[in-house]
Structure formats: C-alpha cells, structure tokens
Design a protein around this ligand. Structure first.
Ligand SMILES: [Zn+2]
Length: 142
C-alpha cells in the first residue's frame, strides 16, 4: 500500500502495514487530499491525515447506535463530521481500536449505509478547496 505523507514508524504506518493482510481494501488519494485514504470499492472508509490523525467513516446510524460507548472513551473524537469519527493514533492500543472500528465500518459499508449521502471528513469540510463538493464560481446555493 502507498504511504504518501505517513511517517515511517508511526502508528499510521503500522495501520497501513496491518491492512495489507485485509482483503478488498485499497489505498487511495482521499477526497480531502490530506494523507492517505482507504476504500472498500468506491467508498472511502478511512483517512490517515497528517501526523497521528485518523478519521473513520462509521456513518450517522452506526455512530448513533454506538454513541454511549464512543463518547465514553477519550480515544475517539466525535463531532468533527456527522458520518466520521476521529481517532488520535498515539499508541498501539489506539491502532487496535481503529482496526476494530474499521471492521465495523466495512460491515456498515457492505450493509449499504455507505450508499447514502455521506458528509465529508473534517479535513474536507474545513478545506478551502473541498472536493468533490466544489461549486463553480458565481453559483450561490439557495
Ligand atoms: Zn480526510
């Protein structure tokens, strides 16, 4: 897997190494263009942004179902985006948590929740050049 922007020896690099063994995953240029994306088919489910920042597309229904457990840990960052959660990859335990939740994200995607309109990750939401949601200049949403 490509590791553009991922530091050697980091937990993000460890994630990419471990994901080599997972079937049906592909690294991509993420839609936010920050770091490395991981996709199942056409659906981006993981972004490894710069440094130790990861965002996982769990989708709103799954985040809602898991909210008590997700909110009960200081390892998960909620509220950045409606469909994505953040995880700081500071330790091997953070990586293990990410991989556990990634399994759930894949299952969620296979069950069709990724087919619904997904909000962008936080990097795309706050980017000056959001992609693919960019509108031509002069067009103002009503
Ligand atoms: Zn992103």
């Amino acid at each position: 897997m490509r590791a553009r922007g991922i530091a050697l020896g980091s937990q993000a690099a460890r994630v990419l190494t471990l994901l080599r063994e997972w079937p049906d995953l592909e690294t991509t240029l993420p839609s936010c263009r920050a770091g490395v994306g991981v996709a199942v088919g056409d659906n981006e489910i993981l972004h490894l942004h710069a440094g130790d920042d990861a965002e996982l597309c769990l989708t709103r229904p799954t985040i809602y179902r898991l909210y008590p457990a997700l909110a009960g840990t200081n390892r998960v960052i909620l509220g950045r985006s409606e469909d994505w959660i953040g995880i700081r990859l500071g330790t091997a335990l953070d990586t293990d948590l990410l991989l556990t939740l990634l399994s759930l994200a894949i299952k969620t995607c296979v069950c069709g929740e990724c087919d619904q309109k997904i909000t962008p990750c936080s990097a795309a939401a706050f980017s000056e050049d959001p992609w693919p949601a960019r509108r031509p200049a002069g067009i103002v949403p009503v």
